[in-house]
Design a protein around this ligand. Sequence first.
Ligand code: HEM
Length: 535
Amino acid sequence: METHLDSFWIFALLFKCNSLPSHHNTVSLFLFLFLFLCMTWLALALCFWAYPGGPAWGNYWLKKGCKSKLVPGPRGFPVLGSMNLMANLAHHKLATAANLFNAKRLMAFSMGETRFLITCNPVVAKEILNSSVFADRPVKESAYGLMFNRAIGFAPYGVYWRTLRRIAATHLFCPKQISSTEAQRKDIGSQMVSLIACHRGDIRVRDILKKASLNNMMCSVFGRRYELGSSNTETERLRELVEEGYELLGKLNWSDHLPWLASLDLQKIRFRCSQMVPKVNRFVNQIIQEHKARSNGQRRQDFVDVLLSLQGPEKLSDQDMVAVLWEMIFRGTDTVSVLIEWILARMVLHSDIQAKVHHELDHIVGRSRPLMESDIQSMVYLQAVVKEVLRLHPPGPLLSWARLAITDTTVDGYEVPEGTVAMVNMWAITRDPEVWMDPLKFWPERFVCKDGGGVDMEFSVLGSDLRLAPFGSGRRTCPGKALGLATVSFWVGSLLHEFEWVKSSNRAVDLSEVLRLSCEMANPLSVKVRPRRGC
Ligand code: HEM
């Protein structure tokens, strides 16, 4: 793409070269070549950038030759594309861009050299998530650095990943395994209640929820039991590792999209991963060895025991076990505590709705006894509250991790090449007035009564209806969703059964968000409680 201006410069330089002595000629020739290459690169970068969706899309279509209509979307900047869209509150920015480009069904954008697609439409979301083509995850340096490519979430689509999913479905998250940990959830729930009851004045619930959630996963995964009120070095060490891992995995890594930057490790992500992995290995390996040393008769049935008992093609190496167990701790801890904090915040803000949950608790459980997990299935309104919070505050507004096209395919009638990354903006879908009536209104009744704009009472949030699928859908859907929902519903039910939750006198409830690996409250919830059950 040489312009007249480019030709003028080239001739001027050649002329200059000819009129200089020979060593100057060599320098000038290099200079000329360098300038020529720069200009060619710049011209190409501008050509790529001119395509809808920006440079990564332009690079593909210009080489391939475009025969079909192109997906609309922002060009962003030359070379970099729309990196800015994925910083901070990416789900807000992407929803705004989709509106701006009239591309709510499907929008293309570039992150450096990576082609992205995103949808804010439930029908297109279903097409993507349930397609066998989008069964892979894009490569993320930090995920590989933290060994997650050997765990379920980032294992490439194939035999190994299918084996892990089968193990998860039949052994780790089957109804029998979930109900076998009911007593543990009850115990940790009671410890939370006691801890909160002892507090005078304002309580920052996040600290308690995070610790409870980590203790719960430590117990399910490693069989370790800890008191919530006391601190110990083992959970402290693990908590630090989990926090560091969240930060590394949640960070936008430029090297993932600009491979020519990779060797520089500018954000020190590779370095930090390499520092962290030996610590994780030491920690988890020690627990595996302790389990192996125990005689069979002494075995409880935590995840380590389950994995050690596998035989034949399902048997995992110690290193793979470390990755799988580490991922369980990692995924199961923050999603649950983040969601409960949002639910409690909404209960404090909407005291009339909290009163309705209390009324249901009094009616079904009564104040004479604590809540039991078996009560939850009768508590229609409490379940509606959980669904309504998942709708307005999904912990993964962009469904946490994106999907990668394994082969060329079509989405919503558009040609989509292999290697394209696809995402679903669940946050935008759940706030779309064309999908949900009065979408910004916190109104759990929409899940109780179909009349007046609600949905069926049986509405499932587990992935069959993409109007609200906070756990994703299709082959890569969240394997821990039943466990996650059971834990959240029971703990929230217990906390509401035991206490009335009221505003703190010093701090208003602030619903601002911050998007890390999950979308959390930017300002931790600070509240007061009033005991309800004869304390
Ligand atoms: C409120 C709780 C939870 C929420 C909102 C949640 C949400 C999600 C989402 C949105 C995905 C991506 C799904 C997709 O690509 O379609 C996911 C994947 C995953 N989740 Fe969860 N999750 C929760 C709890 C848990 C728990 C308790 C565990 C395990 C202990 C877990 C383990 C995983 C794993 C291993 C994957 C990767 C699946 C794969 O790639 O095959 N999650 N989760």
